[in-house]
Design a protein around this ligand. Sequence first.
Ligand code: 1GP
Length: 255
Amino acid sequence: MIPGKVYTDLLRRSDEKGGGLLLLIDPDACPESSYLQLAESAADCGVDAILVGTSFLLSSCFASAVKKIKAATSLPVILFPGSFAQVTPDADAILFTSLISGRNPNYLIDEQIKGAPLVKRFGLEAIPTAYMLIESGPQTSVQFISNTTPIPRSKNDIACAHTLAAQYMGMKLAYLEAGSGASDPVPVEMVRAVSSYVDIPVIVGGGIRTPEECAERIEAGASFVVVGNVLEKNNGLGRLRELAAATHPTETVHV
Ligand code: 1GP
């Protein structure tokens, strides 16, 4: 499969700036006015792309939220779906994930079979992504909903073996996930071990709240950091700017 434009543009941006920041918007987690304000300001704050997704939907209309987010930003909007029901038309691409750290066939292949025809029908760029849950303190929503056991946070060798298998199966990204709002982000040493062991770019997210936590993971080899929860809680555009700067260590700032 030939890598698509969204994927190649994202990697080029990350290469040029030494890393990248992906803003996760969960339309179920904050009011529409708040997430649209984040979407409108994201490009100016230095964000590289917007992910949209949620573990489960209680209140929002997901398709409508994606459409409004897309209209509010010039950045690529990439679906990060919790289920095939979140495959909607008004996005540029989709992280076509398989939850390879788990052994639940529903999230390894069933959801993908239901979602694939929709991806084709909507003309979305599919980015094959190995999704791995990493132990992160108290149980997160994604662990509970997926009914899977995360990779123990001290077991770098297990994370490396999973990621290498994903690379050999043709996946284009590896996503190390602590879970949204996790108390303990993915350890820096695990990011370093995985990033140096495989050739595919590594994304890391879940419970990352500070510029320092972003910078440490980029320095350890991650190509992208994902943040969501900390911005939903604080609605902080200033914080978003700081987090973006911390993920772009080699960016030239013009004054
Ligand atoms: C969750 O990795 C993302 O899927 C982002 O996590 O919301 O904790 O930033 P946070």
